[in-house]
Every structure is written in C-alpha cells, then in structure tokens.
Ligand binder design. Structure first.
Ligand code: FES
Length: 239
C-alpha cells in the first residue's frame, strides 16, 4: 500500500469551474491542498456489496482492492452510462465477484443492483443522488454511502440572514441552502463539501444579536451555512 501518494480523480463537469481548473493543471504544477477528510469510512465487517455509479467508483475502488487482497467476501456492481464514461475499468479485479452494468441495456433497477448481495451483506454505495436514494430505500441492511452533491432539501422553511448588525438582509427560500442564497449576493463565499462535514463554509454568528433566534445544527463558533437552517427566524452573521 502506497502511504506517500494521493491519487485523485476529478470528472470534468461542463460549466464547472473547479473541475475545469483541475483539468487545466500541467504536470509539475504545485497545488496547495488541505489534509484529506474522511466522510466514507470503510469498516470491513462481514460480507460486502459495493455499488458504484460512474465516478463514484473512486472511493469504492480501494475498498474493493482491499477486499480482493484479503480474501474478503464481497461483490461489486459498477454501473454507468457506457464503458467509455466509466473510469478505472481496467483497474477492477478480474473476478466473478465484479459485474459491470452499463445503461445501454436500460437503466438498472434497485432490485437488479442489489441482487448480487451476499447473505447478510453491508452495502457501500457511491454515485449520483437518484441511485443513492433508490438503493438506500430498497436496502434493509447496514448501508454506508458518499454523496457527490448535497442532499435535496426536504420540508425546509424559509428564513433570513442579516449580514452584520444593521447590514442587508438575505432571504433564504424553503428549497435552498443559506450558502446558495448568500452566494447570490457574494459569489466568493467559501465552501467545499456542501454536506456539513468539512467546516469550510462556517460563518461566525453575531452573539446576542436581537433578532438571532437560533439555527440548527449549530457549531461552537457559528453556522455551517451549507446545511444549517433557522426555520422562520433571522440569523445575524458576522460578515
Ligand atoms: S461546505 Fe463543508 S461544511 Fe459546509
């Protein structure tokens, strides 16, 4: 196992500035990075079913390699639009435990994707949100997953942000995050995971502000604006 090198995979997203910048990097370019964040821990206990959708193979691949090397009971179903759109195909173990399923035969159903599961398996899944949600719904055993994108906001209530005491008020609609609303007025607001675990988007909240009536979830220093909401209230941000 190589503990000195990071290998990353970035899918080029049309119109995506971050991925375009990564794809424009020249060999030898120096890039400032922060340490890795683990949001998808691998706990290889009992039989395992891995399901990967497209670039979702990235975190699954080392888990599959570990399982293959250690003789662990596992199955992998790797799905994508076409083989040309599926990275790392040539790095999959050559094994009856591995199945590649392209959409050319029609979109796979949850039932089909889960049919390879060994008895009593834990499910590890990474892929687009519809795939993730369908499998989480259909699977009754333990499930571990990683999202590419923030989860959809369900049953959200609108609220307001005030930018500093006496500053402008930014309304946050029921179906958007505070981050999305804030970036409309300030596109430079920093963010990374958009799922509440990296801390990049944390903004200090003005303590004791008259119209601060609470928000959830809260952190010691402030508000993770990618996920925190303040149903019907107004939060005063220190910015
Ligand atoms: S962007 Fe990662 S916690 Fe908000």
């Amino acid at each position: 196992m190589d503990r000195l090198t990071y290998r990353i995979a970035v899918r080029l997203v049309p119109g995506g500035t971050g991925s375009a910048e990564a794809h424009a990097l020249a060999v030898g370019a120096v890039v400032l990075v922060s340490g890795p964040r683990q949001a998808f821990p691998f706990v290889p206990k009992g039989p395992l079913l891995f399901v990967a959708g497209g670039i979702g193979i990235t975190p699954i691949l080392p888990m599959v390699h570990w399982s293959a090397v250690h003789g662990h009971d596992y199955r992998l179903v790797y799905t994508g639009r076409s083989r040309a759109a599926m990275p790392f195909l040539d790095e999959l173990p050559i094994s009856a435990r591995v199945r590649v399923r392209t959409d050319e035969a029609g979109l796979p159903t949850s039932h089909e994707l889960l049919a390879d599961a060994p008895e009593g398996a834990s499910l590890y899944v990474c892929g687009p949100t519809p795939l993730l949600e369908a499998l989480r719904h259909a699977w009754s055993g333990p499930v571990h997953f990683e999202r590419f994108a923030p989860p959809p906001i369900q049953d959200g209530d609108p609220f307001e942000l005030r930018l500093g005491r006496g500053g402008p008020v930014v309304p946050v609609a029921a179906n958007e995050s505070a981050l999305t609303a804030l970036r409309r007025v300030n596109p430079d607001v920093a963010y990374s995971c958009r799922q509440g675990f990296c801390g990049t988007c944390e903004v200090r909240v003005v303590p004791g502000a008259v119209d601060h009536r609470g928000y959830l979830p809260s952190t010691e220093d402030g508000m993770l604006i990618c996920v925190a909401r303040a149903a019907g209230a107004r939060v005063v941000l220190d910015m």
